[in-house]
Design a protein around this ligand. Structure first.
Ligand code: SAM
Length: 282
């Protein structure tokens, strides 16, 4: 995808993602989190408005570029744990993002090729990349749904076309719930998703923190909220822990994302302003 674009640039939707003849137009003059995040990760799927917002955020909190990499690494470690140690074979990954390193299906299917992954995002640029998310190995399945996390009924009914809800499922909410403000009751959304899956299922979640590098991250959020389409609500550790209510937290619990089962001490000590954890429904 080109990195320069004018207002109203459109993309053909991916046929395999259920797209029809419609061309989803998107306004490149407004920054969106999927593209801002892509810029922080060093990707090329972003436009001038995204880069400007991303740079303003970097100026407020320079460690954001380490933070997002640590988040992707946490995602990969959490998936590897859930497939390799917990025996999970089904994933509902909501807030997929633009494909980057170690996408959920790649990590899961590298351990268990039969793994099934249902991806969900509401950004048209992610939809335009859906083909890259649907490159499952011959033994597994991936699907992509263009939907809003807040519409849990639609998310769950569409996911049921790919996933078997009588068997354990890992629900993944990586760096997305900060875009659900309190008025939309994020705790009820997570509870509705967890209600739909059987015992033995997992929740893997990361969330930008209001109590790590509080001043710098607060300023980052303030700047993003002035320009970006999706607003940001930072939450503290106790508020993030509430998403795991009723679940058994896997060791080491809710920690800064690089401290969750790191591969090395160097990895554990990376700067990162997100809380992350994995919980099991019993
Ligand atoms: C910061 S990115 C995180 C991407 C990926 N989960 C990761 O951790 O690397 C957040 C993603 O959530 C998506 N998103 C934000 N709000 C959403 C909503 N209400 N419904 C569905 N997707 C949403 C954005 O489009 C974006 O792709």
């Amino acid at each position: 995808m080109g990195s320069e674009g004018g207002q109203g640039t459109g993309r053909e939707p991916d046929e395999a993602a259920g797209g029809g003849a419609e061309r989803p137009a998107f306004d490149t003059s407004v920054a969106h989190i999927a593209r801002v995040y892509d810029y922080w990760l060093g990707g090329k799927d972003n436009f001038a408005a995204d880069r400007a917002a991303a740079e303003q955020a970097i100026a407020a909190y320079p460690d954001i570029v380490f933070s997002v990499r640590a988040n992707r690494a946490f995602l990969a470690r959490a998936v590897r744990y859930m497939v390799g140690e917990a025996g999970i074979r089904q994933f509902l990954d909501i807030g997929t993002g633009i494909p980057a390193t170690s996408n959920t299906h790649e990590v899961a299917q590298s351990v268990a090729p039969e793994s099934r992954v249902a991806y969900v995002d509401n950004d048209p640029v992610v939809l335009a990349h859906a083909r890259a998310l649907l490159t499952s190995g011959p033994h597994g399945v991936t699907s992509y749904l263009d939907a809003d996390l807040r519409d849990t009924g639609r998310v769950l009914s569409a996911a049921a076309e790919t996933l078997d809800f009588s068997q354990p499922i890992a629900i993944m909410l990586m760096a997305i719930l900060q875009h659900v403000d309190n008025a939309d009751n994020p705790y009820a959304i997570v509870a509705a998703l967890l209600d739909a899956v059987p015992a033995g299922s997992y929740l893997a979640l990361s969330h930008p923190a209001s109590d790590i590098e509080a001043q710098a991250q607060g300023e980052l959020a303030r700047r993003l909220n002035q320009t970006m389409a999706e607003k940001v609500t930072l939450r503290d550790r106790a508020q993030v822990a509430r998403f795991f209510d009723g679940l058994d937290l896997v060791e080491p619990g809710l920690v800064r994302v690089p401290e969750w089962r790191p591969a090395s001490e160097a990895e554990a000590s990376s700067p990162a302003g997100l809380w992350g954890g994995v919980g099991r429904k019993s």
